[in-house]
Ligand binder design. Sequence first.
Ligand code: ATP
Length: 309
Amino acid sequence: MVTAIETDKLIKRYGAVTAVDGLTLRVEQGEIYAFLGLNGAGKTTTIRMLLGMVKPTAGQVRVLGASLPTGDRQLWNAVGYLVETPHAYPELTVRENLEVMRRLRPGVEPAAVSRVIDRLGLAAYADRRTGTLSLGNQQRLGLAKALLHTPPLLILDEPANGLDPAGIVEIRHLLLDLARQEGVTVFMSSHILGEVARLADRIGIIHQGQLLQELDVAELERNRRRRLIVRAHDGRVALAVLLNAGFAASLTADGAIELTDNAAIERPDEVATQLVLAGHPPTRLAVEQEDLEPYFLRLVGLDRAGPDV
Ligand code: ATP
């Protein structure tokens, strides 16, 4: 099976700015790969290079086995894409815009227009002029266009952009369905780890044009910091009991006891037993996992973010 997307030491410089700095990626067919980075990390530039819209300064791109640039029009029939705010003719309706797009795609049957309108939940807006659409519905229209020709590979720049929470969930289900039921490969960018952690098989973290880390989602769960939080009526005395029992523990700013070693996290019952035996039973005992966003900021080295971030 050919690899869906492969890049090799991809570089893009704009004058003194290095937007993408030696990026080597591999996306297998059928997987959902999330490309995660802060604003300006180089996501859009990479996606433009994957689509042949921007010429790399150096390095290689292969899409579905074809090296870019390619004169092979067939390749682009196999790719659906969405890059930044999707373009539409503002005076035409949603249906008319999709019809224009359909005619540009040889071999796509007329019924495809209604199919994508339904799939993206655009039925109520089908006869509205696109110039009057909300940002979220323009985004849906952009996704509808990307799906019109049922491509096996989707390359989507911030597909959740402008969508409300319900829309984000809908699009997540749509992309999961496409990948799991139809074997579609999805390469998508995002700046929200919490959003892609529920969707992606693998996450590539890009920062200042470089791939910092690639994770599968199970690994992400393992890497997140965990801690056991214990409260007692007298936190200081309870802390002394736990330190005496050999646990590494400390008090948090709000008077809780924090334990970060695995012995405590894996056996909260041991911790509780020690406190009960000493006559200071816990009033609360909970294993907490680091939130995704602090985890992401820690990975990109911005966890001690100053006011200029
Ligand atoms: P965002 O989430 O804000 O869209 P991004 O990760 O997509 O960010 P890019 O748009 O790829 O980031 O930008 C990466 C860097 O390259 C930024 O510093 C940006 O200013 C710069 N850049 C992008 N396009 C150009 C251009 N045409 N000319 C000059 N600099 C550019």
